[in-house]
Design a protein around this ligand. Sequence first.
Ligand code: PGA
Length: 241
Amino acid sequence: MIKVIKVKDYEEASDKAFEVMKPFLVPGKVLGLATGSTPLGLYARMVKDHEENGTSYKDICSFNLDEYAGLPIEHPESYYSFMHRNLFDKIDIREENAHVPSGLGEDLEGQAKKYDAMIDACPVDIQLLGIGSDGHIAFNEPGTPFDSGTHVTDLAESTIKDNCRFFDNDISKVPTQAVTQGIGTIMKAKNILLIATGANKAQAVKDMIEGPVDVACPASILQKHENVTVIVDEAAASLLK
Ligand code: PGA
């Protein structure tokens, strides 16, 4: 069941997302976190809440969705760096509790299996998601099996183009592979919160909510999850009936 919340713009979407997230910011909870432009407003609100209200992350654990393959973690665009810069370094989460999949090493598939085992041992209470303009969730591009676990994947051409803005607008600098939680991994989360803003997400949002459940739109599988909240701004909702 997808519960759709329509808001005006990005700022309102971030306010609403924080409202949904807030009850989970208590000891013992496991958060599923995401990167990209979409969650930045939510992370800023989480940091403010930590600073002003003393909300503590000492007993909260997190699992990120994905990481580029082959990019050193100290690279500013690695998702490890992104998470530290925008959230982890500004709250009191413990380094050992803040998990980001590793895109480095000899045996990425073996590491991916271990990542899934860690998530199985600490099930995610709320998974935050963005959506790609091609309907991807995490780096599960169109065609990814719905039962996939964490795995290594090639990025779709459209994703490489979308992300080139983070790599000096130079397509040749964008990694072409990533390690990503699978759709099966994501679907195990007890609650899912997806935020979509901007006109370039409108078709993907329509396909996710009103289209058939089909691997052509990976996010459409969320129709089968019990507890999904989708926050959309006017531009992203513009094609919805
Ligand atoms: P974005 O990416 O938040 O940067 O738009 C979302 C995604 O690709 O999942």
